[in-house]
Design a protein around this ligand. Structure first.
Ligand code: SAH
Ligand code: SF4
Length: 357
């Protein structure tokens, strides 16, 4: 089998080089060429001995990306599956929203990824390859110019359900020989896999966003089914534990605004009681409708009033912008294309949403 160098983080590349009888500093050099300089051609790695370059030619640096010409990239990961990556430029930063799975098995009621079912975990190369390729496409592979300053694992899939590969990719993002991003600028978004949140805190603490979406178990059981396994009391305790290790002193709670479902004043007040002991910020996300979804987006006035209640209690609350082309809202409900393996969607007609251009 051909070895793909994008599959290695710093540690595993060093180990692989050792197996080849090469010195550890060679791994560091190669890592820098691939990730810092964005080089895929081994002949361009001028400080590497020719013999080693020849050996490396048996490997590839590849993740098969097709750019649709916009700042959204549709990545073909083979066998009829495609995942999406979105670049969101803002005044003071550029954020890349990365996918970790083809589909998702957790089946949240409002999520188009979830409704497509689950196919498979992405490999390390496919996860880090989204950053590698986006850097290329955005023209940021040379020098210290940083077009992508922030990364969020908020695309398709549940990153904590693909823990090992997500963490290896996170380690590359943080590695000074690769992307050198600060832990505070790399965010994992989870629907609340409680035991794995603890592992993340121990093995690779980065900023954490938790998809809350409901203030009580009765409602959350319905719209975020993983809540039946890890109810809110356990989730809040896990958030508190995470804060001991987190690079930031708050958890971001994501809260999707669904008209008439979870968006009343009473819901907002119930939330205040729920998060009383967790230092947090809220990010309200206006629901992004997709074909076949039973929900409606809350009105702008309702979102404003909901935010006001949280802010009056002293909680910093932002509302995610929905731009003309919805590229922001697209982050978190990326369409892609997934061949469901769980057969959950069999018999249900949910048209695939195509990548917007
Ligand atoms: N699985 C992880 C990360 C991917 S989803 C998680 O659930 O956190 C990223 C965010 O987008 C989550 O907060 C998710 O609830 C939200 N999201 C999903 N579907 C959405 C939709 N139709 N409109 C707006 N946001 C959505
Ligand atoms: Fe999976 Fe997140 Fe979508 Fe829920 S919201 S189905 S956890 S991707």
């Amino acid at each position: 089998m051909t070895v793909n160098l994008l599959d290695f983080d710093g540690e595993s590349l060093t180990a692989w080089f050792a197996e080849q009888g090469e010195k550890p500093f060679r791994a560091k050099q190669v890592l820098r060429w691939i990730h810092r300089s964005g080089v895929a051609d081994f002949d361009a790695m001028t400080d590497i001995a020719k013999s080693l370059r020849e050996k490396l030619k048996a490997t590839v640096v590849s993740d098969k990306l097709s750019d649709d010409g916009t700042r959204k990239f549709l990545i073909d990961v083979g066998n009829g599956n495609a995942v999406e990556t979105v670049f969101i430029p803002e005044d003071d930063r550029g954020t890349l929203c990365i996918s970790t799975q083809a589909g998702c098995a957790l089946d949240c009621a409002f999520c188009s990824t979830g409704k497509q079912g689950f196919n498979r975990n992405l490999t390390v190369a496919e996860i880090i390859g989204q950053l590698w390729q986006a850097n290329h496409a955005l023209g940021a592979v040379h020098g210290d110019e940083r077009v992508i300053s922030n990364v969020v694992l908020m695309g398709m899939g549940e990153p904590l359900a693909n823990f090992d590969n997500s963490v290896a990719a996170l380690k590359l993002m943080l590695d000074d020989n690769a992307y050198g991003l600060s832990r505070r600028r790399v965010t994992v978004s989870t629907s609340g896999l409680v035991p794995v949140m603890d592992r993340l805190g121990d093995e690779c603490p980065v900023a954490l966003a938790v998809s809350l979406h409901a203030p009580n178990d009765k409602l959350r059981d319905q719209i975020v089914p993983i809540n039946q396994k890890y109810p809110l009391k356990e989730l809040m305790a896990a958030c508190q534990r995470y804060l001991d290790k987190a690079p930031r002193d708050f958890i971001t709670f994501e809260y999707i605004m669904l008209d008439g479902i979870n968006d009343s004043d009473a819901h907002a007040r119930e939330l205040l009681a729920l998060v009383k002991h967790v230092h947090c910020k809220f990010n309200l996300i206006p629901f992004n409708p997709f074909p076949g979804s039973p929900f409606r987006r809350s009105s702008a006035e309702r979102v404003r009033r909901f935010a006001e209640i949280l802010m009056q209690a002293g909680i910093v609350t932002t509302t995610r912008k929905t731009r003309g082309d919805d590229i922001d809202a697209a982050c978190g409900q990326l369409a892609g294309q997934v061949k469901d393996k769980t057969r959950r969607t069999a018999g249900r007609v949910i048209p695939l949403v195509e990548a917007r251009s």
